[in-house]
Design a protein around this ligand. Sequence first.
Ligand SMILES: [Fe+2]
Length: 368
Amino acid sequence: MLEKSPAAWTVVEVQADKSWIYALSPPESAELLEAVRSAVRTAGLIDGSILDWRRDDFALRRSLPTLAAVFRQVRDGRAMALVKNLPRDGVTPAEFRLMTWAIGLHFGVARPQNRASDYITEVKNAGFSYRSATGRGYNSSAELDFHVDGSDVVLLSCYNQAPQGGMSMCASAATAYDVVVQERPDYAEALTSDYTFSRNGEESEGEEPWYAAPVCAVRDGRVFCKWNRNRILNAQKLEGVPRLTTLQLEAMEYFDTVLRRPENMFCMNLEPGDLQILCNQTMLHSRTGFVDHPEEDRKRTLYRLWLARPDSRRLPDSWEVFYGTTEPAAVRGGMKGHHYDEARRAFDARQAAAVGMRNIDPETTKAA
Ligand SMILES: [Fe+2]
C-alpha cells in the first residue's frame, strides 16, 4: 500500500479543500495584461513567431508569487490547480494567447505538441475526427477519453466557453490505481506491463511510429500514469505491434471505469479567464462533447501550453522512450513532430538557460 499523497484525491476531498483554486487579485490581473500590452508596444507587433519572445520581455513581478504557489500545488499538492481572473474583458485572442505564453516563459520550457511542432495551440473545433488514426481531440468537438498530455505539466487557458457542454473532468490516476490494487490486484499488475502507444503519425525523424510503456508505473512511492485509449487502440492497427492480451484489455477497461466513478471524477466548467494547470504524471483529464456558438468570434476557444518544469521529478525508467530522459529538471517531453527546426532548437536552448534547466537536445548540446 502506497503512502497517501495529496495527489491521490477523491471528489469529496477536493470539494472540501479548495486550496487548489487561486483567484488573482485585481492588481495581479492588471499586471498580466499590462505586461503583455507593454511588450507588444515595445516589439511593435503581436503576430510574429511566438518563439521570439523572451521571458524578460514580460515584466511580471506582483503576480509571480501566486503563480509560483500554483505550480507548487501542481507538483506537491493536488496535481491540479485552477487560476481564476486572468484578464479577459476587452482582451483580444492574440493578447490572451500571448499572456498564456508569457506565464509559461516564467515557469518552464514550452514543448512542441503536434505534427506541426507547435509550441502553443488553439483548442477550437476545426471539425477534425478524434477517432481517426492520426486524430487529436483538441481540434474536434467530440467527447474525449481520459488521458494525459505529453509533457510535465499542461496549461489550458479559457478565452471562450461553449454555450452547451465542453465540461472539463479530472481524475487522479494515483487514486484509481490504488482502488485497482485493492479490488483487482491481477489487473493492477497488468497495468504495469508494457502497452503499445501509437504516435499517431506525429513521430519525428528517427522515432518509431509507436512505443511501449506501462499504463501505470510506481517510482519513489509515486504513481505515474500514461493512459490514452485512442493511442493504445490505434497502435493495435500498426504492423509489428504486439497484440494486447485479454488481461491487459480487461485491466485497462477496469481502470477507466474506476476513473469514472462519481467519487473519483471531478467535473468543472472552465470559464473565460480561467487557467487550468495539470500534472501529466498523475492527473488524467477529459471533457464532454459540446455544441458551439455559430459566430466565429464566440466559439469555444482555449490555449494549450505544454511545459517542462525546473522542479520536475525523476521519471520511471519506462518513460524515457517518450520523454527522452528520466532526469529531473531537464527539457523533456513533448512531440517534436515534423518541423522541429533551428528556431525551435534555439528556443529550447535559450529558454532552458533562462529558467535554469538542462537541455538534452544533442544538436544544441554539441553546438554549446
Ligand atoms: Fe489533453
